[in-house]
Design a protein around this ligand. Sequence first.
Ligand code: ADP
Length: 378
Amino acid sequence: MGTVLVLNSGSSSLKYQLIQPDTGESLAHGIVERIGDDGGVPDHEAALRLAFERLTADGGDLDGLGLVAVGHRVVHGGQRLYRPTLVDDAVLDQLRDLSPLAPLHNPPALLGIEVARRVLPDLPHVAVFDTAFFHDLPAAAATYAIDRELAARWQIRRYGFHGTSHQFVSRQAAEFLGAAPESLNQIVLHLGNGASASAIAGGRPVDTSMGLTPMEGLVMGTRSGDIDPGVISYLSRTAGMGVEDIESMLNRRSGMSGLAGEIDFRVVHQRIESGDQNAQLAYDVYIHRLRKYIGAYLAILGHTDVLTFTAGVGENDAQVRRDALTGLAPLGIELDEHLNESPARGARLISAESSPTTVLVIPTNEELAIARECLSVL
Ligand code: ADP
């Protein structure tokens, strides 16, 4: 069985990982940062070549890596692209057309694909979309209550993101419980720098917190999550800010960064310990929003069999998990304090034996999920 190279191209970084999809073994991984920056590599092509140099550092050549495909993470697939898709020139054109929907994320991914196809022309390149898992959200969850014709004309709907992670983690949760995914209602909380929640009924997502873009929903590292859209027009009229300024503020200078000046939860906790009021408020807003979504998703699902935390904060921050679920026993969710505090790393159960809802921590592995999706189209 061959290996798959998974690439995640951002505007200034390229993450790569070489994976054996059947065993799930990661053979090598790394990140090239500061693309186009002083002291970094000049462009994406140089970044990819540097990644290859590192992958073959022991003197081997690319052939020795046993590559059968290259998987590309693409954030936005729009309405039409959602299955893992073998990239050809026509698909690249379609991706180009989608750039306005995800101006921060899709153009660098597109560039990564173009460069990788040039460097590895003989391999199949597969695009895997962050929106895919949520493609069939029920219309009631996918639709914004705005002018219907305008929305249709400009493809405005709730797409949802982090789908690869929500799908992977919800399947892992089912496996952990020895149950079929179709038999379970689940809530998945993907809490990393980006953060999103999903409600899954019998294996099918029925709601998720991100929308047209990855800005909606939970409080994130640098993104605001939900705000009154009136804030945008208000800032435009009164503060004289242009739409780009406002978007950049909501994407890069909001969330934990905007409120506390810090996105790393380890540091946020330290600041709170030392009496920093801004850090405390940021944390409180973060937890408040998270609890609101848990409550909403419980109401949408009626009941949930399992609730799973994943990603950097979800996997590592016991205090966030505790504060998110405190007092929810009447809703069927009881944490086991001791299990929750355990420094274990793998997939694990953290709910009390008496808890009707099973609470899990499951490490996400988007690269492995992408590698497996790639093979499904070959
Ligand atoms: P991304 O969305 O960039 O993939 P991750 O899922 O890796 O992010 O999450 C990164 C975040 O996880 C960090 O900014 C930090 O807030 C949080 N984090 C990582 N390790 C810990 C830890 N041990 N305790 C608390 N938070 C952590």
